[in-house]
Write a protein that binds this ligand. Structure first.
Ligand code: TMP
Length: 212
C-alpha cells in the first residue's frame, strides 16, 4: 500500500477490559522522555464532537437502533480523521488510535450481525480511505475482560450479554486471518508489565527505535 502521508498510523483493538488505554498512557510517557512526537486519540471520543457522540453511544439509558449506532460511530470517526488523525499524519507524526475501523467490523459486524459490506463502505467514507499500517490486538477471554470492569458502572456496550462479547473476540481472529500482515497480537491476560514489554517491543520495532 502506498502511503500519501509521512507519519505512522497505529490502531489498537481489543475486547472490553483489555487495558489498551492504560498501555497507551505508559508508552506515551516513554515516547515523551525520548522527545518522540506522537498523538494519542480514540474512537469514539477523539474530538470535542466525538466526546459528545461517545456520551450518547455509551449511555446505558439510550435505546439505539443498530443502524443509528453504526452511523454514530462513523460520524465520530469522520470527525476524528479530519480533525486529528490525517493532519497529524500529514505533519509526519506518529498517531495511535485507541479503536478504529476494525472495532466497527468486530462490534457492529460480528457482534450485532450487521452487513460487512455496508460497514466496509461506511468505514471507507468516514475515513476517506485512511487505513492504519499496523493494528495491535490486545486479546483476552471475554469473561476475564468483563470481570475487570467496575461493577455497576458498565456502559451500554459493556452491559451486552457474554455471547455478544464472545462473538467480538472470535470476530477479531477472523479479521486477522484476512489481513495477517497488518496485525500483531498481544496476550492481554498476562501481567501488566509483561503486556507492557510486548507492546513496547512491537512499537519499537515498527519505529526502529529503542524503548526501555
Ligand atoms: P472504549 O473506548 O472504552 O473501549 O469504549 C468504546 C465502546 O464502543 C466499546 O464497547 C467498543 C464500542 N465500539 C463499537 O461498538 N463500534 C465502534 O466502531 C467503536 C469504535 C467502538
Amino acid at each position: 500500500m502506498i502511503k500519501n502521508y509521512p507519519g505512522i498510523f497505529i490502531s489498537l483493538e481489543g475486547p472490553e477490559g483489555a487495558g489498551k488505554s492504560t498501555q497507551l498512557k505508559l508508552i506515551s510517557k516513554q515516547l515523551e522522555t525520548l522527545n518522540y512526537k506522537h498523538v494519542i486519540t480514540r474512537d469514539p471520543g477523539g474530538t470535542a464532537l466525538g466526546r459528545q457522540v461517545r456520551r450518547i453511544v455509551l449511555n446505558p439509558e439510550n435505546q439505539i437502533e443498530k443502524i443509528a449506532e453504526l452511523l454514530l460511530y462513523q460520524a465520530d470517526r469522520a470527525q476524528n480523521v479530519a480533525e486529528v488523525i490525517r493532519p497529524a499524519l500529514e505533519q509526519g507524526l506518529l498517531v495511535f488510535c485507541d479503536r478504529y475501523t476494525d472495532s466497527t467490523l468486530a462490534y457492529q459486524g460480528f457482534g450485532r450481525g450487521m452487513s460487512f459490506e455496508l460497514i466496509e463502505q461506511l468505514n471507507a467514507i468516514a475515513t476517506d480511505g485512511l487505513k492504519p499500517e499496523l493494528t495491535i490486538l490486545f486479546d483476552l477471554p471475554s469473561e476475564e475482560g468483563l470481570a475487570r470492569l467496575h461493577p455497576g458502572s458498565q456502559d451500554r456496550l459493556e452491559r451486552e450479554a457474554l455471547e455478544f462479547h464472545q462473538r467480538i473476540r472470535a470476530g477479531y481472529k477472523q479479521l486477522i486471518e484476512k489481513e495477517p500482515e497488518r496485525w500483531q497480537v498481544i496476550d492481554a491476560s498476562k501481567p501488566l508489565t509483561t503486556v507492557q514489554a510486548e507492546f513496547k517491543k512491537i512499537v519499537a520495532d515498527k519505529l526502529a527505535i529503542k524503548l526501555d
